[in-house]
Design a protein around this ligand. Structure first.
Ligand code: DX5
Ligand code: ZN
Length: 211
């Protein structure tokens, strides 16, 4: 079953509680929390205070995606804020394996993400350290971009290698491209615009869960 992780980036910041409640009521499995530092990506979003507030208000697991150049000093902070899992990027400076181990030692779901230009071959050696690979299907930084179907090949490649962990796709994911993603081997669909702008997210999630 494909799990759905709606990205808070597409929620109305002035009505975050209402919009997240709508996703929870619709039956989402996780909540995708996009954190941007204006260095790794050309945009700023939210910080640990929002994750903490969401955690105190909702029981839905928080799927924290750190689009940050220097996430190491924030791993403990997001763990304390109530993250279910933390995903860092393969392209960042610093000791990525040590950070993955740090996330593991915090007892969280360990995620590693690759941008569209980064081949999965570059993370092959790290796969035994992770629970989830996040394939970016757009350039990270902004919601509402067009899905890059060439990224499907990365999912197929991971499965060809026998990688049995979770695979998540993020960026432009919708009901239209989910059948292809599912056929390639996807487990978790991050959906920003497609879910928050949907007239009937409960029906959409039902369709996705039945795929
Ligand atoms: C992009 C973020 C995504 C984004 C997805 O940098 O990581 O999570 O919010 O939004 P949509 O689904 O609108 O492409
Ligand atoms: Zn994301």
């Amino acid at each position: 079953m494909i799990k759905v992780s709606p990205s808070i980036l597409a929620a109305d910041p002035l009505n975050m509680e209402r919009d997240v409640q709508r996703m929870v009521d619709a039956g989402c499995d996780l909540l995708h929390v996009d954190i941007m530092d204006a260095h790794f990506v050309p945009n700023l979003s939210y910080g640990p205070a929002l994750a903490e507030a969401l955690h105190s208000r909702f029981t839905i697991p928080l799927d924290v995606h750190l689009m940050m150049d220097n996430p190491e000093s924030y791993l403990d902070t997001f763990a304390k804020a109530g993250a279910w899992g933390i995903t860092i990027h393969a392209e960042i400076p610093g000791d990525v394996p040590a950070m993955l181990k740090h996330i593991r030692d915090l007892g969280l779901n360990v995620g590693l993400s690759v941008k569209p230009g980064t081949p999965v071959e570059s993370i092959r050696d790290l796969l035994p350290m992770v629970d989830m690979v996040l394939i970016m299907t757009v350039e990270p930084g902004f919601g509402g971009q067009k899905f890059q179907s060439a990224m499907l090949e990365k999912i197929r490649t991971l499965r060809t290698w026998g990688y049995a962990g979770l695979i998540e796709a993020d960026g432009g994911v919708s009901l239209a491209n989910l059948p292809d993603l599912k056929a390639a081997g996807l487990d978790v669909a991050v959906m920003g615009t497609a879910m928050y702008k949907s007239e009937n997210p409960a029906r959409d999630m039902e369709i996705i869960h039945a795929m």
